[in-house]
Design a binder for this molecule. Structure first.
Ligand code: HSE
Length: 401
């Protein structure tokens, strides 16, 4: 009998209890062993929940119970989630999590503590909600060198952008819906300002390179400044605007950032709508592979959490190769100003166009708003052109994927 404890009985924590209970019979048959949810830690009581008798308010009940061998942390936030995770790993308990904040910030240390203590720290649910992407990257792409990752990594923002594009919904109404559906973070700034996507792209980049970049150090722009005029201009250029987490190895160095981008409709990421996420990986042997599915939500995310629990139980008596990451140093990271891709400049049609743009076709999307898509140019070159427009005439600049 394997005893499991759940830390946090919010959206994903309660979903995990539900998946473990609803599918108990088939999971136990597949595993060939039985499991039991022994504790659920939360500050609140849930008198109407079928799991109310399992609630404890004291973490020590779990930490000090030698029968608990698997802990599922779904508290969200860094503290006390990090502290509880560390304590469990040091006490010889396996930990699984959906907490991308903790994995992206403390992943190097927690993976090392797990390795030292002969237990596992797994985080399939931390990226892409219910999409299997982390285990496939570790196992199925292990014969490859991963060159490039581009992903729609945040369900809330993709839901908002889709509602704005297809239904003309306002930003605030769409965000409210995403919150009601249980997609958004407790503080939705993490979603709409791109912070959640930054955490996820550094986790994926670490799986590809072994080096974890501080998510707060990567260039990050969210979706709050996207206007209807930008969306219209994207259509003119045969593109859709998506919030993209991007990582690439450039001359042996890591480049990672998050920003809204014009995604050409020929790219499959352009067609990923609503709460769905898509992760497109280019690797040197397989070529392009794409992972697609629900990027947030109670049961999809819980499905990924339970997949990690099953992995741990199935291998509880085996030695499994640990995840070993290093903290990325400054010399591992590229000079972002040299990052190069095509851009779209959106500007008032009355503007004097900088000479370097004169060779490009101008498109007009109505209301005196014009746009030019360039060939590949660097961040520095894009900044120079933006300065030449002058503030009053330049409306926005987008990177193109
Ligand atoms: N708030 C996150 C999202 C939840 O919308 O993608 C899943 O990580």
């Amino acid at each position: 009998m394997i005893n499991i404890a759940i830390l946090g009985f919010g959206v994903v924590g309660s979903g995990t209890a539900e998946v473990l209970t609803e599918n108990k019979k088939i999971i136990e048959e597949r595993l060939g062993c039985e499991y039991n949810i022994k504790y659920i830690l939360d500050l609140r009581d849930f008198p109407d929940s079928p799991f109310s008798s399992l609630i404890t308010h004291d973490f020590k009940d779990i930490l000090d119970d030698p029968e608990v061998s698997v802990v599922a942390e779904m508290m969200g936030g860094s503290h006390p989630a990090y502290d509880f995770t560390k304590a469990c790993l040091e006490a010889g308990k396996n930990v699984v999590t959906s907490n991308k904040e903790v994995v992206s910030t403390f992943g190097v240390e927690l993976c090392e503590i797990a390795r030292k203590n002969g237990v596992r720290y797994l985080f399939e649910a931390s990226v892409g909600g219910g999409i299997p992407v982390i285990r496939p990257m570790i196992n199925d792409l292990s014969s490859n060198k991963i060159n490039k990752i581009s992903g729609i990594l945040n369900g809330t923002t993709n839901y908002i952008l889709t509602s704005m594009k297809n239904e003309g919904a306002s930003f605030d109404d769409a965000l409210l819906c995403a919150q009601k559906l249980g997609y958004a973070e407790a503080n939705p700034s993490a979603d709409v300002d791109g912070i959640d996507a930054a955490r996820k792209i550094v986790i994926l980049a670490a799986l590809a390179s072994g080096k974890l970049i501080d998510p707060r150090a990567i260039p990050t722009v969210g979706i709050t400044k996207i206007t209807l005029a930008d969306t219209e201009m994207a259509k003119e250029f045969g593109c859709t605007i998506k919030l993209i987490g991007y990582s690439e190895i450039v001359d042996g160095k890591l480049c990672a950032f998050v920003s809204p981008r014009f995604v050409p409709t020929t790219n499959p990421l352009s067609r990923i709508d609503d709460v769905f996420n898509g992760i497109l990986i280019n690797a040197n042997m397989v070529g392009d592979v794409m992972f697609y599915g629900p990027g947030a939500g109670k049961l999809p995310t819980a499905s990924a959490v339970v997949a990690d629990i099953i992995d741990i139980i199935a291998n509880i008596d085996s030695e499994v190769k640990p995840i070993v990451w290093e903290t990325a140093s400054e010399s591992d990271i590229n000079n972002f100003s040299e990052y190069s891709c095509p851009r779209v400049f959106i500007f008032n049609c009355k503007a004097n166009i900088p000479a370097s743009l004169s060779k490009y076709e101008i498109k007009e999307s109505g209301n005196n708003i014009c746009g030019i898509m360039t060939d590949s140019i660097t961040e520095n070159e894009a900044d120079t052109i933006a300065a030449e427009f002058g503030n009053n005439n330049l409306i926005s600049v987008y990177r193109v994927l």
